[in-house]
Design a protein around this ligand. Structure first.
Ligand code: ADP
Ligand code: SF4
Length: 691
């Protein structure tokens, strides 16, 4: 090994009977693939091992049909039949000398058992955690004995599937073992309820059972949320969290510690901008145990990682999102290729795959979830069969990603951007409150493009159709973006509103980006439902405006439920005195009075309004494309291939634009039918649920 300040990260670490080759630990994380897409999952995890992660874990894996998380695609180990699909993953991970870990979960009243239709289980009788009209029943002594047996059975099956590390999971407020430990859920009067010792009893028994069953061959890890951020109402690191770690300190072979609920653990950069944001809660654990400790905190910089090891805070650098954004993060650190690291931006688009039950996606890494079904690898891409010159117009996320991947393929690339800087929408949006990490999407790509000899990049170059044709490229990709509408048309209103008023300014986010002066009472009409409405409200409060947010949705920034942010956004805005008018729409403006309407009753109300900020829908910026289509005919340039990508094709998330840029670069020399089809996993045969 070379003499590098990061050598310490590459030391092997023993975990019970097994040894991890280094300190890079991909902690369990959901993928939206789970038991439904085992081959996709195996390839996804195998690539992490290839990229240098010394330990690669599954998502939560249901151990029994009473823990059925359908319709979400989590792991499943209900019977022997589930061993073979999981073994695909362990083989893929072992191929690169890494350890494979499995997070065994029993989800109690967090699961509604919609597929199995079994009654959910909980410490006491109670409704399930979702709004499903389903109740869990109080676990009897027999249920407790069954749960212990299911854990042992699942652990034995996990070993048979080839796992090296088997988890007992008590985190995120999602699992029975944690529910038993939590005062607010456990009101039992037997030896499993009451005192903390009694509430911890079931977890201790399960840990000991699993150790007895497989502990001489597999490491037994314990994933525990040391703090729920609820003060004395929940488990807290300076109270019961501390005591629980003290009680169980030497039982597991490894402690995997974090925060609960999931939105605190996987906090977005908007609410937890700092790397290592869990330190204050988890740092105590290593003082109480001699066993290795893994913790997370969106670690992407090797110096921050080394510090955690040297300070005696962690033995392993845990990562979920940084390993998704860059599966090759460890190898890049080892090889000193730090400028090639694709840093996670903390947006939680990856989480939305899990929340929506589809293979996950990532803003920074467009290959995620596509490793098997499209054969995409995050670090390799086929060389171009023939040498061609590609012109990319527009340097937002779509244009930058397309240019980078085309250049990696060996094409000669010209990138023309009309603005004074690269980044497109990222330039504006990253200046909004809490959004600064988005600029990493640009920085990673521009940094690499500027080092490539086959790329010419031009700023201040607003190309006309004639100029595009004069470049003489073999192919043209238009990534010219989109503009926000200023006429009220969006999801709710299908045609423009009458918004003519001499007293009320009507603006779109583009006007704010262009420096429009805003003061007084601002009404935001948010029919977009992702982050823009909430972020604009925050910005305008910072600028001293009185802000009312009107939305046809029942919640502010409703789609951010998929990214674990909604609750945090709404409480933040309410704490900033933003008035929220949910289930209402804007209908007209006259003088300085705005009329809104209840979506259900059609009742009208009037609100004073100096500025109406419309965040409704975006329109593709396709003028250049239309001009090109006209001039192509005139100039006899019919053979030139011209393609729209990203927001100018169909406006979407930054993740979609990056994906579009990546896809076109991979497929520029293939036909469309191939590029639009993916390999699907196909179920075979039948199997009984429990054996
Ligand atoms: P996407 O998300 O699809 O990448 P963006 O809106 O972020 O879209 O970026 C589009 C970029 O294209 C912007 O930076 C914009 O300035 C640039 N652009 C638009 N029209 C032209 C043009 N005619 N010539 C060069 N650049 C353009
Ligand atoms: Fe990070 Fe966002 Fe990618 Fe998730 S989607 S890994 S949060 S960049």
């Amino acid at each position: 090994m070379t003499d590098s300040p990061y050598d310490i990260l590459f030391e092997p670490v023993t975990i019970g009977p097994v040894t991890a080759p280094n300190r890079f630990y991909q902690v369990p994380h959901c993928t939206g693939m789970g038991h439904i897409h085992p081959q996709s999952l195996a390839r996804h995890r195998g690539i992490k091992a290839e990229g240098g992660w010394g330990v690669v874990c599954t998502e939560e894996v249901e151990i029994h049909p009473t823990s059925d998380l359908a319709p979400y695609a989590e792991g499943r180990l209900w019977s022997d039949a589930d061993i073979a699909p999981l073994a695909l993953m362990t083989s893929a991970v072992h191929e690169y000398g890494s350890l494979a870990g499995i997070e065994l979960a029993h989800n109690g009243f967090h699961s509604s058992n919609l597929f199995s239709r079994l009654t959910p289980l909980a410490p006491g009788a109670m409704p399930v955690a979702s709004f499903n009209p389903i109740y869990a029943r109080a676990m009897t002594r027999k249920d407790i004995a069954d749960l212990r047996r299911w854990y042992v059975q699942a652990a034995i099956r996990a070993e048979q599937a080839g796992f090296d590390i088997v988890y007992v999971y008590a985190g995120h407020c999602m699992v029975t073992l944690m529910h038993f430990m939590q005062r607010r859920y456990n009101h039992r009067t037997d030896e499993y309820g009451g005192s903390l010792e009694n509430r911890v009893r079931l977890t201790k028994e399960v840990l000991e059972d699993v150790k007895d069953a497989i502990g001489d061959r597999c490491a037994v890890a314990f994933r525990f949320a040391v703090d729920e951020l609820l003060g004395k109402d929940g488990i807290a690191a300076d109270d019961e969290g501390f005591e629980i770690v003290s009680m169980l300190a030497e039982i597991p072979d490894l402690w995997d510690v974090n925060l609960s609920d999931w939105s605190h653990d996987s906090a977005t950069a908007r609410f937890q901008p700092i790397e290592g944001y869990q330190d204050n809660y988890t740092a105590f654990v290593k003082n109480l145990t001699s066993k290795p400790v893994v913790g997370v905190g969106r670690f992407t910089s090797p110096d921050a990682m080394v510090k955690r090891i040297r300070d005696g805070h962690l033995d392993f650098i845990g990562a979920a999102r940084p390993s998704i954004a860059d599966p090759f993060l460890p190898n890049k650190i080892r090889e000193g290729r730090l400028d090639e690291i694709r840093e996670c931006i903390g947006c939680n688009i990856c989480v939305s795959g899990d929340s929506l039950g589809v293979p996950m996606r990532c803003t920074q890494n467009p290959t995620i979830g596509e490793e098997w079904r499209r054969g995409w690898h995050p670090e390799s891409i086929a060389k171009a069969a023939i040498s061609e010159h590609i012109l990319v117009v527009g340097a937002g996320p779509a244009g930058l990603e397309a240019a980078l991947q085309l250049a990696r393929r060996g094409y000669e690339v010209t990138l023309a951007e009309s603005g004074t800087d690269y980044g497109g929408r990222l330039l504006h949006e990253s200046r909004l409150p809490g959004m600064s990490s988005y600029i990493r999407v640009r920085d990673y790509r521009v940094g690499l493009l500027q080092q490539m000899s086959n790329v010419q990049m031009y700023l201040n170059s607003e190309l006309t159709a004639e100029q595009v044709l004069q470049v003489g490229a073999d192919k043209v990709l238009l990534a010219t973006g989109a503009t926000w509408r200023r006429d009220g048309t969006g999801r709710y209103h299908q045609w423009p509103l009458d918004l003519s008023s001499d007293h009320c300014k009507v603006l779109s986010p583009d006007d704010i980006f262009a420096g429009a002066q805003v003061s007084g009472h601002v009404v935001i009409f948010d029919d977009d439902h992702y982050y823009m409405g909430g972020v604009m409200a925050e910005l305008l409060v910072e600028r001293g405006c009185q802000v009312t947010l009107v939305t046809p949705a029942p919640l502010v920034s409703a789609w951010t439920e998929q990214t674990l942010e909604q609750r945090h956004i709404q409480s933040h805005l309410l704490n900033q005195n933003v008035e929220i008018q949910a289930n209402r729409v804007v209908v007209s403006v006259q003088d300085e009075m705005l009329t809104t309407q209840c979506k259900f009753t059609s009742r009208l109300e009037q609100t004073q309004c100096d500025v109406l900020l419309l965040i409704t829908a975006r329109t593709p910026r396709d003028t250049l494309y239309n001009e090109l289509m006209m001039s192509q005919k005139d100039l006899n340039a019919d053979n030139l291939s011209i393609e729209l990508i990203g927001d100018c094709h169909a406006p979407g998330t930054v993740a979609s634009a990056v994906y579009a840029g990546h896809k076109v670069a991979r497929n520029i020399d293939s036909d469309n039918e191939i590029t639009d089809s993916v390999i699907r996993e196909w179920p075979r045969g039948a199997v009984r649920g429990v054996q």
